[in-house]
Each structure stands twice: as structure tokens, then as C-alpha cells.
Design a protein. Structure first.
Length: 120
């Protein structure tokens, strides 16, 4: 599933690049939407992101395409690989600007870890 975001001036640091924390927030939000749609009767919280390494600056006006792919479903957790592409200035390019694995754990109404009961 693909999602899109545009990088606005409020998203930039004082060097004119996208704040890394903003990109991580978007990844968390997009992956959370995906896990919520994949497992609609369950509740999840983020428990992990892989090591974070920013290799490419992302500038104002860039339209980012986020591709979210489920990679693992365990007894209580599920992981997704999120890849970020530049969709505005590199339309023909499939160069990945950023990628990360994110893991969610299934929780009950008290916030305690629980088994995933509905796998898609």
C-alpha cells in the first residue's frame, strides 16, 4: 500500500532539510494505519524501529511516496518494511531515499501484550 506526503516549510530544519524526527513520525503513522487495516479487530503499539540512518537529504516541496510491506507476523507482534521514495523530482527513479523496519505488538484493553487472533 502506498501513501504520499508533501514536505512543507514547517517540516524543515535550519539547513533546509526534512527533520529526521518528522520522517520517523510519518513512517510510524503510515505503518500504524496499515497494521490497523490488516488487523481491524486488534490494537497495536509501536515497539521498535530498526537502526535509523539518514543517507539522503529531503528538501522542501518533495512529494514522498511511502511503500509499506508486511514482512513478519508472529504470535504477538507484526513487522513492516517502509520504503520512502521521491515521487516529485525523480518520477522515473526507484531510488530509495529512506527505509526502515517497524514492529508493533498487539495489546489488550489494559495495554498488556496479547496474541494476534486475526491474521490477514
Amino acid at each position: 500500500m502506498d501513501h504520499y506526503k508533501i514536505v512543507l516549510p514547517a517540516d524543515l530544519n535550519d539547513y533546509g532539510s526534512l527533520f529526521g524526527g518528522t520522517l520517523l513520525k510519518w513512517i510510524d503513522e503510515i505503518a500504524y494505519i496499515r497494521v490497523s487495516l490488516d488487523f481491524p479487530e486488534q490494537h497495536f503499539v509501536t515497539i521498535a524501529l530498526d537502526n535509523v540512518e539518514f543517507k539522503h537529504p529531503i528538501r522542501k516541496g518533495q512529494i514522498l511516496r511511502f511503500h509499506c510491506l508486511k514482512t513478519r507476523v508472529g504470535r504477538t507482534s507484526v513487522s513492516y518494511l517502509v520504503k520512502v521514495y521521491g515521487a516529485r523530482y525523480n518520477r522515473e527513479s526507484e531510488a530509495v531515499l529512506f527505509e526502515n523496519n517497524i514492529t508493533f505488538v498487539c495489546v489488550d484493553e489494559h495495554g498488556s501484550k496479547t496474541a494476534i487472533t486475526h491474521a490477514e
